[in-house]
Each structure stands twice: as structure tokens, then as C-alpha cells.
Design a binder for this molecule. Structure first.
Ligand code: O2Y
Ligand code: MN
Length: 593
């Protein structure tokens, strides 16, 4: 087991509180995984997919009330309200414990408490961190084995050192003789709680994704962002990719995008540009620390992908499809009569008959989706055909460029580059997407998601901006990554996308690459650098001069309105908001006038 006294003591105390029937220390072996999956099949939680079509893979349907992260039930419990800031739900830590302890008392009765030691990042990397999740969900234990390095080896590396304690319960104790349900949860009492000073996570009532796989959003972003601020590094909601030129030169790029902007697709891009290669380090989270050479190095703290299934296809993301060809778990997708999975957008034609995610017979005429829109695949990252050879390098990979982006049908050009680090932090702070769903009457509403971290920053967002500024001040400007803002989604007056996207985005990456090596030509505009005429390689692409001009047009009036909206937005952060970002905003307005 372990000699770690603190760990043994904590597990004992939590077992006394939660009263599980059994405590199982996970060793992370294949035999253990197989055993957990067999139990889940027996309970009706998992269904084995046809091994001839999808070897060693499982389908799982959640309770329809437990299908996504629940931001309204996510709390940052810092001692001071101001340390959580205006963008987080805050509760006093003692009050929150007083609410939760009675809920945890006896909550695991009739269940097994799994003790899951896990490493976020390659075992033994100086950038990695160790957590231990206690959970009464076999589904969580199985998913954690794909999403993290977990088990005995982690305890060996941990030794007697501190760890991040993560307590999770589905909040559904079983009475003696009570029959369990396939997806136990407690939607009336859901709490996803972070104690940033204690560096501790308590989650109750949900078994789904980011609410329950506590290494991911809870640790690797909310708690790690606090640790990163304290210790001078960055824990970010970013993909990491390696880009190799036809000459064999390689640069690593990170990218932060709000959800539904194709982050996983970009991380696994197949370039349309002959001779260019994209390799995948990570699709969701990057931890970055400065190396001795003054450059920023990134690791992917995760070991798997927990991607959105709907919309993923051999056309939109071949590499994701191949990553999940075996050894994967599918949640809330549809089942084919042959025993494989299907979801909206997977194939051009809908299958004639399916079993939907709510376990009902489904046909294309059913009038509702066969898979839930937030249905997920959990797949080992090592199965990605484009996984980068350095993805497990304990030193991380050196970052040359950081991309920010959002979904904006108008105003924002295909790409622009910041003038410097501080201007780059400004660009990150105003990341936004425009709502396109007509149903709720919010078309045209811009939702800001600074650094794509709005739901994931474990402390005051104003302090987070200040931390980014501070990181830049501490390093030689020449060694810092260059910062860019991309928008694949600009439309023309008729509402048609101006840019084809997908593999053609490699043309934009090529310009980024060239800017980092000093070769790419740029024009200076009031909003930043854009590719000079001819600098964006559009050879072989069916795009007219007028479209290209529109893709990079800087609409001064529109930008002045945008600046006014940013000013209103900045005012919401209160007195801790760093003045340098107002300086950047003033400078932008000055350049536009
Ligand atoms: O809905 C959930 O529980 C999953 S959310 C998620 C999963 C993988 C990667 N990113 C996200 C996200 O919300 O950013
Ligand atoms: Mn994410």
C-alpha cells in the first residue's frame, strides 16, 4: 500500500465519515480495470460494445439529470470572498463544510470506496503533481485510469510527500438489500467544491465528467491555477500541439478557446499544406513552467481525452476517431444494432435504427437526438495516431506561440498578433464567442470567456490577469512565446463562412510558425499585426481577393464599439483589476481614432 502517514490517516477518517462497505486501494493494473468494468456491467452501468467492432470498450448512459458540468453548483471556498472574485460562486469554507459533512456522513453505505492515487503529468516530472481521489463510483475509477496515470506507481513516487486530497461521492447510499440504479447520483444536492487555501476538493451528488473526474477541471485547472499563481507558473485551459515544417523544424504552440470552438480538432489537425505536420501533446489543459533557459515549457497533465462525441467524425477529426477505436468508454451516445456507437455528425447518413442515449428505440424520424449533445468519449491519449513523441517528456515541450480564439461571425480577423506580451494578455482577457442559437433570442450576444478560463479559474480573475502580466515581466521578452488571436468563424454579409477551417487552418499555423522564426511578413494595424498581402499561404485554396480582404478588414467603427463593450466588461472586475489592461484598452482606442 503506502507508508504515507497523512494519506493513510485521511483515508481512514474519510472512510469513517462516509461508511463504505469496502475500501479498495487501486493499483492501476489491467486486471483491476477489467474487474471494475465487470462489476459495472453486472450493475447495469456499463454495456460491453461488440469486441469485433470496438475492442475492450464500453457504453454507459447517465441519469438524464446528470449530463454535464454544473457551474451553478461549483464553488470556490476561499477564506475571503474577494479572493474568489466576481466570476466565481463563493462560500465561506467553514459554512460549506458544515453543509457537506452531514451529507457525506454515511453517503457510501452499501458501496465500495475506491482510493485512486493519480499523477497529473508524467510520473516524476518536476511539473507534475499528485492527487488522491476517494470515490464511491466505479465509473469514475474506470475513467480515471484512462484520464490519468493512476495506481501503485503513483504511490511509489509520492512516498511520504503531500498530495491533493479529492473526495467524491455520488451521494446515493444504499440501504441493506436495496437494488442499485445504473447511474446513482443526487441531483437535488450537487456540490463541486474547491478549498484553494487547503488545496482540497470535495464533490458530491454528480457522477458526470468534470464534476466527478476530479483530476481534470477541479485539480488541473481550479486548484492548479492557485498553485501556479503562488509559485510563478501557469495552469491553463489550453491544447498543446507540435508543428513541423517541410524543412523539419519544429515549434510547439498552445491554444485557449471557449467550448464549441474546435479545440480538440485543432490539437489533432491534419494539415492541408504539403509537408507540414501537426502532432498532439494535449487537447484541453497545459501546465507551463519556465525552464533554466528562460523559455516556457508545457506538459499535458492528462493521460487521455474526454472529448465531445457529437460532431466528431472521420471528416471533422480523423485522429480523435482513431484514438477511440478500442479501450474506450462512451457516455450518453447511441447504440447501433451491431453493438457499436453512433452520434449526430458521426456519419453523413443517419442509421435507420438505434437505441438512443435514454435507452429508447430511435429512428431518424424520432425527432430528438440519438446521443446527448454533451455525450463523451474517454480514450487513451497514447492511442492518438498523431500523439507527439515528446508528449510524456518530463521536461515538457518549449512553447513558441500562444493562440487565443473564439467564435465571432464578425469583426475579429482570421488572425492577428499582439504587439508584445502585455498586449497579448489584453487579447487573452477579451476572448469571447457570439451566440448563434436563434432559439433563445440571444443571437449577436457576445459572451466573454477570458483565457477560456471563466469556469475554471480557482481565484479572483482580476488577480489572474495580474499574474499573467507578472509572468511576462519576469522574463526576457525575446524568450516569451508570441501571442496571437484567431477566429475561424468570420462570415460574409450573406452569412457564409469566409474561411474553410479544418485542415486549412494549417495555413494560419504556418504564418504563426513563420512569425516565430522571424520570417513571416506582417502589416501593422490598430488591433495588432495581421499577415501582409501574400504572407498567408493560400496557394491551391479556392478563395477570392475580396474574401481575403474581408477576413482581415479592420472595421474602425466596429472596433470602437467593441472597445466600449470591453471597458464595461473590465469595470465588472472591481478594484483589483490591473491598470495595465486599461492602458492597453486606451492605447487601442487611441490607435483606432
Ligand atoms: O461536461 C463535462 O463534464 C465535461 S466538460 C469538458 C470536458 C473535456 C474538456 N473540456 C471540457 C470543458 O467544459 O471545457
Ligand atoms: Mn475544456
Amino acid at each position: 500500500m503506502t507508508s504515507n502517514v497523512r494519506l493513510k490517516q485521511w483515508v481512514k477518517e474519510m472512510a469513517e465519515l462516509c461508511e463504505p462497505d469496502r475500501v479498495h486501494w487501486c493499483d492501476g493494473s489491467q486486471a483491476e480495470y477489467d474487474q471494475i468494468c465487470s462489476i459495472l456491467i453486472h450493475n447495469g452501468t456499463f454495456r460491453r460494445l461488440n469486441p469485433g467492432l470496438r475492442p475492450n470498450s464500453f457504453l454507459c448512459e447517465s441519469d438524464p439529470r446528470d449530463v454535464a458540468r454544473v457551474e451553478q453548483s461549483t464553488f470556490i471556498c476561499s477564506r475571503q470572498r474577494d479572493d474568489a472574485g466576481v466570476t466565481n460562486n463563493w462560500r465561506d469554507p467553514d459554512e460549506m463544510k458544515a453543509t457537506l459533512i452531514p451529507l457525506y456522513r454515511g453517503c457510501m453505505r452499501g458501496r465500495t470506496m475506491y482510493v485512486i492515487p493519480y499523477s497529473m503529468g508524467p510520473l516524476g516530472s518536476p511539473i507534475s503533481q499528485i492527487g488522491v481521489e476517494l470515490t464511491d463510483s466505479g465509473y469514475v475509477a474506470a475513467n480515471m485510469r484512462i484520464m490519468t496515470r493512476m495506481g501503485k506507481e503513483v504511490l511509489d513516487v509520492l512516498g511520504d510527500n503531500p498530495f491533493i486530497p479529492c473526495l467524491h461521492s455520488v451521494g446515493k447510499p444504499l440501504q441493506p438489500g436495496e437494488q442499485d440504479v445504473p447511474w446513482p447520483c443526487n441531483p437535488e444536492n450537487r456540490y463541486i467544491v474547491h478549498f484553494p487555501e487547503e488545496k482540497m476538493i470535495w464533490s458530491y451528488g454528480s457522477g458526470y465528467g468534470g464534476n466527478a473526474l476530479l483530476g481534470k477541471k477541479c485539480f488541473a485547472l481550479r486548484i492548479a491555477s492557485v498553485m501556479a499563481r503562488e509559485r510563478g507558473w501557469l495552469a491553463e485551459h489550453m491544447l498543446i500541439l507540435g508543428l513541423t515544417s517541410p524543412e523539419g523544424e519544429k515549434k510547439y504552440i498552445t491554444g485557449a478557446f471557449p467550448s464549441a470552438c474546435g479545440k480538440t480538432n485543432l490539437a489533432m489537425l491534419i494539415p492541408s499544406m504539403p509537408g507540414w505536420k501537426v502532432e498532439t501533446v494535449g487537447d484541453d489543459i497545459a501546465w507551463m513552467k519556465f525552464g533554466e533557459d528562460g523559455r516556457l515549457y508545457a506538459i499535458n497533465p492528462e493521460f487521455g481525452f474526454f472529448g465531445v462525441a457529437p460532431g466528431t467524425s472521420m471528416h471533422s477529426n480523423r485522429n480523435a476517431m482513431l484514438s477511440m477505436r478500442e479501450n474506450s468508454i462512451f457516455t450518453n451516445v447511441a447504440l447501433t444494432p451491431e453493438g457499436d456507437v453512433w452520434w449526430e455528425g458521426m456519419t453523413p447518413e443517419k442509421p435507420p435504427r438505434l437505441t438512443s442515449w435514454i435507452n429508447e428505440p430511435w429512428t431518424p424520424e424520432s425527432g430528438k437526438p440519438a446521443a446527448h449533445p454533451n455525450a463523451r468519449f474517454t480514450a487513451p491519449a497514447g492511442q492518438c495516431p498523431t500523439i507527439d513523441p515528446a508528449w510524456e517528456d518530463p521536461r515538457g515541450v518549449p512553447i513558441s506561440a500562444i493562440l487565443f480564439g473564439g467564435r465571432r461571425p464578425s469583426l475579429i480577423p482570421l488572425i492577428h498578433q499582439s504587439f508584445n506580451w502585455q498586449h497579448g494578455v489584453f487579447l487573452g482577457s477579451v476572448v469571447s464567442s457570439e451566440r448563434t442559437a436563434a432559439a433563445d433570442g440571444t443571437v449577436g450576444t457576445v459572451r466573454r470567456d477570458p483565457f477560456a478560463m471563466l469556469p475554471f479559474c480557482g481565484y479572483n480573475m482580476a488577480d489572474y490577469f495580474a499574474h499573467w502580466l507578472c509572468v511576462g515581466n519576469r522574463q526576457e521578452a525575446g524568450k516569451l512565446p508570441k501571442i496571437f488571436y484567431v477566429n475561424w468563424f468570420r462570415k460574409d454579409a450573406a452569412g457564409r463562412f469566409l474561411w474553410p477551417g479544418y485542415g486549412e487552418n494549417s495555413r494560419v499555423l504556418k504564418w504563426v510558425f513563420e512569425r516565430c522564426s522571424g520570417a513571416g511578413q506582417a502589416l501593422t494595424t490598430p488591433i495588432g499585426y495581421v499577415p501582409a498581402p501574400g504572407a498567408l499561404d493560400v496557394q491551391g485554396l479556392d478563395i477570392g481577393e475580396a474574401e481575403l480582404e474581408e477576413l482581415f478588414r479592420v472595421d474602425r467603427e466596429g472596433w470602437l464599439r467593441e472597445a466600449a463593450s470591453i471597458r464595461e466588461y473590465y469595470a465588472t472586475f472591481g478594484p483589483r483589476f490591473p491598470h495595465q489592461l486599461f492602458t492597453e484598452l486606451d492605447a487601442l482606442e487611441g490607435r483606432l481614432r
